[in-house]
Structures are given as structure tokens and as C-alpha cells.
Design a protein around this ligand. Structure first.
Ligand code: SF4
Length: 371
């Protein structure tokens, strides 16, 4: 696919001017936030934005409603907190990792320690500042939970020694020691192979094979067919030893919720499913529920997402988030994720099958049927 529009993927330094003010997207490699960083983000949202922290489908965090002077002060605070380590590469630090890696026995190899190495390798290559803001790296610890996130460069654990490097449908085995270098080398090869129009490897004809050939790594492996070993692209809430998986309704974390999270958790990981993994005592579930966070697997909020809608987006035909807030508590538990969209662009929709709730301007359709 050839693109004609510019890459306007927002960052901290390239703030998007939304209808409700500036929107800054803060990259959080591996989704890992220290408690101090969470506090900085919370205070920034309170003092510079609309008070809420938005979790994105790539495990990043957004602050919106920024005033004119907000972006400058925000970038200063994030730099001091270690959340803006590279000026040139800030928008390309899109690195997912299995959020429960190392916290339960479902993974084959703990990939969290590799996130920093991939991030450093990425930021050390000047040319990779040219990557599109949507280009995505992912480290799957073997459980298969990231197989549905449509990463450009996906590494999935095979065993303690090796992983499968997967690029646009082509795959090869690599040793763990070479993973950080080979991931960024694949990104460099993508930039060399594309003609300047493609944003993703999947948009490049036969892209995966061409990149592997350029790297001298001819395809040798079949991709795993068990695409989602967690059973869903949505992590349902539950307890995993001392790790709590907490759904944040509509991915919007309020001030009080962020305070309680920081109070109960020793460590916070942002997932790509609008939830948080908290390393925290299991008996803190009730406290999290008290402030509207979800720890129960049968909650109707699990798997429900919505785009910005009105008033944040000028294209929106309705305030879809308000409607989702109103309707969701009355919904029965549903098998598929559900996504509310303010227009046909369907920003932030889940990958794979989902219940498609679309604003029409004078009502809604659900899976194409007018309601
Ligand atoms: S789906 Fe439409 S209304 Fe919603 S955020 Fe995207 S452009 Fe705006």
C-alpha cells in the first residue's frame, strides 16, 4: 500500500492538536513504569492536562487537554523522570513485551530484561529516528499473547536458548544473545527496502522475506499456528500469584485511581489491552475495585474500548465514551471485545474479531446493524 499523507503519529515533542487541546503520547517500552514515573505522569495530567492518563493499544500512555504551554513543561518533567531518554527517537520507541513475563509460569523465557537492551540499540542508531511512529517491536515470552498485536518485528521465545524472529509472515530462529541487534537490524533493513511510502513491514510486498534476505537470514521456520495461547487478545482480570491484572475501564486512569495504584503496587506494567499488571499483594483487589478499577474476570468492562469521540476529536459524530460509560455496566459478559467508534475510522479498534459499535450521527450501529 502506498501512502500519500505524512506520518502524524503523536509524541511528546510532536503533540497532536486535538479538539480538546494538545495530546501527547508517552512511549513506555515494555509498558514498565516505576512508581516515581507513574507519579510524574499523574501530576502532569493533573497540572498540565485534563487530569486523566489514557492507556493505548501499544502499552503507551497519553496526556490530553494540554494547554499551549503544556507540552514544553511536560517534556521537561518527562526528561527528568527518564521517560524521554531520546529527543530524536522518542516516537519510535514502540516496544511491547508480554506483560506477565517473569511473573507466572506461562512463559518460556523472561523477556522483560531484554526491553532495555532493544531500546538502547534502537536509540543508538541515528537512522532509526526515521522509522514511522507506528512501527512496532514486540517481545513475546512464549505464551503467544503478543501474536495478535500485529508487530512489525516480533520475537517469540522457543526455549531458554532460542527465539523465533518473525517479520511479516516470515520467520527464522535466532539466539537470545543476538535478539536486540537483530531486531534493530531488521528495522534498518525495512528502511532500506521501502520506497519511503510504507509505514509497516506488512505494507511492503513480500517484506518479511526481503528483509531476512537482506540480513542474510533466509526463512527457515514455520510460524506457530497457536496464535493466542491466552485465549483472547484481551487479558481478563484475575490473579497471577502476586501479580494483579487490573482492567482500567475504557483505558482512562483517573487521579484517584492512579494514587491507589501507586499505593498498592511495587511495580506497574501497562499492557496493550487497556489494563495494568500490578506486582502487588493479592488482597488489594477490593481497594482497587473501590476506585472503579476492575479485578474480576466476569466484569462487563473487560474488553470494552472506545476511541476519543466527542469532544476530543473533531471528526466524531457522538460522545461515544459517555455512551459506553452509560451502557457497559448493564451489558452481559460478552465473548468478543467490544469497540465504540465515533466515526468509520475506528481508531484504536482491537485486532481480530470484535463487536463493532459505530456512531452514525443519529444513533449507532452494532456490527453493521442500525440500532
Ligand atoms: S474513530 Fe473517528 S471519531 Fe474516533 S478518534 Fe478516530 S477519527 Fe476521531
Amino acid at each position: 500500500m502506498r501512502r500519500t499523507e505524512a506520518d502524524r503519529c503523536p509524541g511528546v515533542l510532536a503533540v497532536h492538536e486535538a479538539a480538546d487541546g494538545g495530546l501527547a503520547r508517552v512511549r513506555v517500552p515494555g509498558g514498565v513504569l516505576s512508581l516515581a514515573q507513574l507519579q510524574v505522569l499523574r501530576m502532569a495530567a493533573s497540572e498540565l492536562g485534563d487530569g486523566r492518563l489514557e492507556l493505548t493499544s501499544r502499552g503507551n500512555v497519553q496526556v490530553r487537554g494540554l494547554t499551549e504551554d503544556g507540552p514544553r513543561e511536560l517534556s521537561r518533567r518527562l526528561y527528568d523522570a527518564g521517560l524521554l531518554p531520546s529527543i530524536t527517537h522518542e516516537r519510535v520507541r514502540n516496544i511491547l513485551a508480554s506483560p506477565l513475563s517473569g511473573l507466572d509460569d506461562q512463559g518460556t523465557y523472561d523477556v522483560l530484561p531484554l526491553v532495555s537492551a532493544v531500546d538502547r540499540a534502537l536509540c543508538s542508531r541515528p537512522g532509526l529516528a526515521e522509522l514511522p511512529g507506528r512501527f512496532l517491536f514486540a517481545l513475546d515470552d512464549g505464551r503467544g499473547d503478543l501474536s495478535g498485536v500485529q508487530a512489525d518485528v516480533l520475537v517469540r521465545a522457543v526455549d531458554e536458548r532460542e527465539a523465533l524472529l518473525s517479520l511479516g509472515g516470515s520467520a527464522v530462529r535466532v539466539s537470545w544473545a543476538e535478539v536486540p541487534e537483530v531486531m534493530v537490524a531488521a528495522a534498518e533493513a525495512f528502511l532500506a527496502e521501502r520506497d519511503g511510502q510504507e509505514w509497516r513491514i506488512a505494507e511492503l510486498d513480500d517484506g518479511g522475506r526481503r528483509i531476512l534476505n537482506r540480513l542474510g537470514l533466509p526463512t527457515t521456520e514455520e510460524l506457530p499456528t497457536d496464535t493466542e495461547t491466552t485465549g483472547s487478545s484481551v487479558i481478563t482480570a484475575g490473579r497471577h500469584g502476586s501479580a494483579l491484572v487490573v482492567t482500567v475501564p475504557l483505558g482512562s486512569l483517573g487521579q484517584e485511581q492512579a494514587v491507589v495504584v501507586a499505593d498498592v503496587a511495587e511495580q506497574v506494567r501497562v499492557t496493550p489491552w487497556r489494563s495494568l499488571v500490578l506486582v502487588a499483594p493479592a488482597d488489594q483487589g477490593a481497594r482497587l475495585e473501590e476506585v472503579g478499577l476492575v479485578t474480576k474476570a466476569d466484569s462487563p468492562w473487560n474488553g470494552v474500548t472506545a476511541c476519543a469521540g466527542q469532544p476530543g476529536c473533531a471528526k466524531a459524530l457522538a460522545d461515544v465514551r459517555a455512551e459506553a460509560w452509560r451502557v457497559t455496566p448493564r451489558l452481559p459478559r460478552h465473548g468478543r471485545p467490544m469497540h465504540w467508534s465515533g466515526c468509520a475510522r475506528r481508531c484504536g479498534k482491537p485486532s481480530g474479531e470484535f463487536v463493532d459499535v459505530l456512531a452514525l450521527g443519529n444513533g449507532y450501529s452494532i456490527d453493521g446493524e442500525r440500532m
